[in-house]
Design a protein around this ligand. Structure first.
Ligand SMILES: O=C[C@H](O)[C@@H](O)CC(=O)C(=O)O
Ligand SMILES: [Zn+2]
Length: 276
């Protein structure tokens, strides 16, 4: 599994567009019929996509984990961004429709992913962090993810935020996970922006048309850069970086976090007038 080594705020301002993309953007995870994972040294996140078509795909361990099975010392969030499918955890089957989410607790030995219909396959987005304790494997349906509408059409940031794995939902050691859907005609996520040094964040953009892009903003508030991102690509956001974006049209993204504080509201707000 390829390892991504983060840049710090000292190297960051010197980086070219391609250096920024090689460091902070993961653009090659979705491959029909395969499961692909990347290891990021930031909070030791493992980010993956399992895209089963005809056959079930097993979650393999990897030499980078030096573990006898993937979840020996880890927990996993699974979000289905495709059509209906099944995740089997140690013999128990969980049926996930589009935008259902499964939390898989530490110690689960055999995890597999399958599409219900190869003609309309599932795509399972995976986000894993180290875990110090075992919390129960829990299925959270989209309708139970307490949607909250934020922003407004006037400021082009009307969106609905769903929380799946968080303090008020499925319990976990570190991973916090949810999805934000932009409303038609709105473009901006997370503006005004924020940072949170106590945890890092992984953004996976989806529901983008082939020719649509999101200009994802990153960096310290006084030194911002952008990454141009397409469907099913991922931006890695260190604690010192803002994470926000404007799409060429409405889109969705999964935000996931690992670190020491799971309180969703633990953010240091940045005023728009302080951005550079
Ligand atoms: O720390 C949490 C996050 O950055 C996201 O939840 C923000 C987000 O989904 C949004 O404003 O649209
Ligand atoms: Zn955030």
């Amino acid at each position: 599994m390829k390892t991504y080594l983060m840049a710090d705020p000292v190297r960051y301002p010197t980086m070219t567009t391609s250096q920024l993309r090689d460091t902070f953007l993961i653009d090659d995870l979705h491959k029909p019929g395969q499961l692909r994972c990347r290891y990021v040294d930031l909070d030791r996140a493992v980010i993956g996509m399992a895209a089963p078509v005809d056959d079930a795909i097993l979650l393999p361990t990897d030499d980078a984990l030096k573990a006898s099975y993937f979840l020996e010392r880890r927990e996993l969030g699974v979000l289905n961004i495709g059509d209906g499918g099944t995740v089997v955890v140690d013999g128990t089957s969980y049926s996930l429709g589009n935008l259902d989410c499964l939390y898989v607790g530490r110690g689960s030995k055999a995890v597999s992913f399958q599409s219900d219909d190869p003609g309309v396959p599932s795509v399972f987005y995976l986000l894993s962090y180290p875990a110090h304790a075992t919390y129960p494997t829990t299925l959270v349906r989209k309708e139970d993810a307490s949607p909250v509408e934020v922003g407004s059409a006037e400021t082009c940031n009307l969106r609905t935020i769903y929380k799946y794995i968080h303090l008020g939902g499925a319990k976990s050691c570190q991973v916090v996970m949810g999805v934000t859907h932009l409303h038609s005609g709105s473009a901006w996520n997370t503006m005004p922006a924020h940072t949170h040094m106590r945890r890092s964040e992984i953004y996976m953009y989806f529901n983008l048309a082939e020719d649509a892009r999101v200009f994802h903003l990153m960096g310290p508030p006084d030194e911002t850069r952008h990454l141009v991102i397409k469907d099913r690509e991922i931006a890695v956001s260190p604690g010192w970086s803002i994470h926000a974006g404007a799409g060429t049209r409405a889109y969705s993204f999964c935000w996931g976090m690992g670190g020491e504080n799971q309180d969703y509201g633990d953010m240091d707000a940045v005023s728009i007038k302080d951005l550079r």
